[in-house]
Design a protein around this ligand. Structure first.
Ligand code: NDP
Length: 349
């Protein structure tokens, strides 16, 4: 059984990557890195006993600076998922740029010194692809391809500071670019693919999750259920189910022939808006009183008409090479909401 190193196993997406690896017919073993053992029991408790035996955990305090020699011992594949996804931080450089870029380079440098490593999957983002100065997702008729790159520089991000999505987006672009540059310059033994999804939604499965430490994307979904003043603004009306993103990572390790580097864009073919979301949620009378107060005043655009309104992503490589089919919005929203409703029944919520 091949051993996969999964960085940041305590995160939202990483929980889905773990499930995809454990369910994959290739039958992987998983070594997950976490910053401390405080969530260890909760993490393992979610798994079936037979799966638990295929998972080991190793403390890596900081992917950007820790020694990863032991963590990589005997590892064939690496899913580098850990990276800060926060949209409001005090210091863009300290809290986003350095952990993202140095975290990626530290993993790659150690992997290059570990002959058993054959392939690395890097979780990047549509944030690394899109050009916000040209409208980002608001480019009707435009199709983003793997050739598109967010043009922001390190200096732009430092200047913008830690408030809002700018520095986060730059951190993803610069980390991904650094990874491809590393391959070109150092010519290591492993292959590398990056995965660029827009918003990721789906069940909130990470250990120790509570209302106060919800990951950024689940927080927005939960915000629809907290009787907020208004329906949120539509910042990024494109998404991918977490399970699809996770399958992309797991399938990449199993396919036979891949080029030295690949960049996979991942996205559901169905754009969404929060107006569409609250319209769908209002069909459940139990949820209706929890929706944003103005939800009846907003236009409940149908899903079909949204396709002409926003940019698309060219996901053909992921469909063809990794066998992906993307989940639609209603199912993704339902699964996200149901898991949050389950979580809030817990004593620790
Ligand atoms: P989470 O905040 O749930 O997970 C982030 C993970 O990274 C956590 O495990 C966190 O550890 C770990 N981490 C952060 N900084 C460091 C560090 N310096 N050293 C070690 N570990 C660190 O977010 P997501 O699961 O949403 O994000 C996972 C990946 O997916 C990121 O790369 C993100 O950019 C990408 N992504 C997410 C999208 C989304 O909508 N969710 C969209 C597109 C891309 P700890 O648990 O200890 O805090």
């Amino acid at each position: 059984m091949s051993l996969v190193l999964l960085t940041g196993i305590t995160g939202f997406l990483a929980a889905h990557v773990l499930d995809a690896l454990l369910a994959h017919p290739a039958g992987y073993r998983v070594r997950g890195t976490l910053r401390s053992l405080s969530k260890k029991d909760a993490l393992l408790a979610r798994l079936a006993p037979a799966d638990r035996e295929r998972v080991e955990l190793v403390v890596v305090e900081d992917t950007a600076s820790s020694d990863l020699t032991e963590a990589l011992q005997g590892v064939e594949y690496v899913a580098h998922v850990a990276s800060p996804y926060q949209l409001n931080v005090q210091d863009a450089e300290r809290d986003l740029l350095k952990p993202a870029i140095e975290g990626t380079l530290n993993v790659l440098r150690h992997a290059a010194r570990t002959p058993s490593v054959r392939r690395i999957a890097l979780t990047s983002s549509f944030a690394a692809v899109t050009d916000f100065s040209k409208g980002g997702p608001n480019r009707p008729g435009y199709t983003y391809t793997p050739e598109d790159w967010n043009p922001s520089t390190y200096e732009d991000a430092v200047k913008a500071g830690g408030e809002g999505a700018f520095a986060y987006s730059a951190s993803k672009k610069l980390a991904e670019k650094a990874a491809f540059d590393f391959i070109e310059q150092e010519k290591p033994q492993f292959e590398l693919a990056s995965f660029c999804p827009p918003m990721i939604y789906g069940q909130t499965l990470q250990p120790g999750v509570t209302k106060s430490n919800l990951n950024t994307s689940s927080k927005t979904i939960y915000g629809l259920l907290t009787n907020a003043e208004k329906v949120p603004d539509n910042r990024l009306p494109l998404f991918c189910h977490a399970r699809d993103v996770a399958d992309a990572h797991a399938n990449y390790f199993a396919v036979q022939d891949v080029p030295k580097t690949r960049r996979y864009l991942l996205c559901s073919p169905e754009p969404y808006t929060w107006e569409l979301a609250v319209g769908l949620l209002a069909q459940d009378p139990a949820l209706e009183p929890r929706l944003p107060k103005n939800y009846k005043d907003v236009a409940h655009t149908d899903a079909e008409s949204l396709k002409a309104k926003y940019a698309r992503l060219d996901t053909s490589l992921a469909q063809k090479e990794l066998g992906l089919q993307f989940c639609g919005f209603k199912q993704t929203l339902d699964e996200s909401v149901q898991s949050l409703l389950e979580l809030e029944k817990g004593a620790d919520w």
